[in-house]
Design a binder for this molecule. Structure first.
Ligand SMILES: Cc1cc2nc3c(=O)[nH]c(=O)nc-3n(C[C@H](O)[C@H](O)[C@H](O)COP(=O)(O)OP(=O)(O)OC[C@H]3O[C@@H](n4cnc5c(N)ncnc54)[C@H](O)[C@@H]3O)c2cc1C
Length: 432
């Protein structure tokens, strides 16, 4: 798209068209190291306006890139060249909450934590709680099928979307899913849209499924000895019945120290930490469950005393792990890999070996209970992967991982999806 098409864009839509360089610079970035330069950004007025925008984009053959909070770690919301950003962050209304039916209808720009806080007095919550929940939006959570600490017990966003309204690339407005609990007939088009990173359409409304809040919900921080095998710990907790565990997260020693230094104390310092959440019917059951978890952990060599922490604070702090680490160790290549729990220890050993090969310090944190970890190698991203220029990079090991994790750089996903130039809606997100 060239600047010549801008007057026709301004005529086509009722929402505001932004051309200010400063704003476009901000909208050209997300939380990855990638940067794009959109020609303009549009904040559509309503869903009909999105239809008008899409029809204009088809006529002019201009790519559209949907954007919520811009916290994507893999360039999903970074605009491709000559594109227009569809800024949905202003669509942040909670339109309807049905406590009796356990759903809420929200604008796609609703920030995850704002929704959680609005639901809390009603004794409800939306289980997906990505580390970015203070900034990421429900539309973005749908776009990326976001998971979070609570996905250990509750699964990712895909499990918590009842319906979406979406505008397709041909300008057609569709409602997918239903308010009914049971949806068993026909292809699951709703699930196709969840996780499609804006490539199938622009989501203009989301009906999320809600869960009742447990009467007691406790965050726990447990120190981990250096000898702990992460795979054994994760697997022991995952296969035990009756723990009430809703989250099993891990931060290594450096990361724990970086978090403690940043703002609040995490309790134990100087050690790697397990960050847990236990749900229970009340204080007595919580105490019994804490004891069960303590016993389980002792069978895998983890005997440190647990410290109780407020869950909202704990997950907000855990979400700052990457930023804290950057502050502590400087630029790093951060990956997002997932393997079966039984192969976690192999993964950790392989990652350490990659760090040694690269001559890079190696740090680790992640969603341990889901087998999903964020390895960090303290090198400048342009210098990665190690020895690539001499053709000596042997690549990552194959450990039966899936597409559930994403990638910010190239150690685990060497090929990046090229931006297509079809003139239809597109996103340049990549997944390994
Ligand atoms: C500190 C930090 C912690 C994080 N922790 C986690 C985590 O625990 N788990 C996790 O899964 N991710 C995590 N992320 C990644 C990211 O925050 C999530 O993927 C989040 O869901 C993105 O939401 P967003 O509103 O910022 O989306 P954006 O970055 O704006 O967009 C993400 C993708 O969704 C598309 N999209 C956005 N809105 C719409 C819409 N309305 N219609 C169609 N497509 C749309 C975009 O085009 C893009 O492809 C983290 C990121 C950060 C910075």
């Amino acid at each position: 798209m060239t600047q010549d098409a801008l007057p026709s864009l301004e005529r086509a839509v009722r929402g505001s068209v932004v051309r200010a360089a400063e704003t476009l610079d901000r909208l050209g970035r997300d939380a990855s190291h990638l940067v794009g330069k959109p020609v303009a950004a549009v904040a559509p007025a309503d869903a009909d306006d999105v239809v008008a925008l899409v029809q204009w984009a088809r006529r002019e053959r201009v790519p559209l890139v949907a954007r919520g909070g811009g916290t994507s770690l893999e360039g999903g919301s970074v605009p491709s060249p000559r594109s227009v950003v569809v800024d949905l962050s202003g669509w942040n209304s909670i339109l309807e909450v049905r406590e009796d039916e356990l759903w809420a209808r929200v604008g796609p720009g609703t920030v995850n934590l704002d929704l959680q806080r609005a639901l809390r007095p009603r004794g409800l919550f939306f289980p997906p709680n990505p580390g970015s929940w203070t900034r990421s939006t429900i539309g973005g959570n749908v776009g990326t099928n976001a998971s979070g600490p609570r996905s250990f017990a509750y699964g990712p966003t895909r499990a918590w979307v009842r319906a979406v309204e979406v505008v397709l690339g041909n300008g057609r407005r569709l409602r997918l899913g239903s308010l009914a609990l049971k949806r068993s007939i026909g292809p699951d088009l709703l699930s196709l849209v969840v996780g499609s990173e804006g490539t199938l359409g622009i989501v203009t409304e989301v009906t999320v499924r809600l869960a009742p809040t447990a009467p007691t919900c406790e965050g726990l921080v447990v120190p981990l000895p250096d000898s702990a095998r992460l795979g054994e710990v994760a697997s022991r907790l995952a296969r035990a019945h009756g723990t009430g565990l809703s989250a099993v997260e891990y931060v290594d020693r450096t990361c724990a120290a970086a978090l403690a230094e940043r703002r609040r104390s995490l309790g134990p310092t100087g050690q790697a930490l397990l960050l847990l959440e236990i749900e229970a019917d009340g204080p007595m059951q919580a105490a019994a469950r804490r004891e069960l978890v303590r016993e389980l952990l002792s069978t895998v060599g983890v005997n440190g005393a647990a410290v109780a922490v407020n869950p909202e604070e704990l997950w907000t702090l855990r979400g700052e792990a990457g930023t804290s680490l950057n502050e502590q160790v400087g630029p790093s290549v951060r990956e997002d890999v997932a393997v079966p729990l039984g192969r976690l220890d192999e993964l950790v050993d392989a990652l350490r070996a990659i760090g040694r090969e690269a001559g890079a310090r190696f740090f680790l944190y992640g969603h341990l209970g889901e087998g999903s970890l964020h390895p960090n190698f303290a090198v400048d991203p342009p210098a990665w992967p190690p020895n690539a220029s001499e053709g000596r990079w042997s690549g990552p090991p194959s450990l039966s991982g899936g597409r559930s994790a994403r990638s910010t750089a190239s150690a685990f996903s060497r090929s990046r999806t090229s931006p297509r130039r079809s003139g239809r809606m597109q996103s340049i997100g990549c997944s390994p």
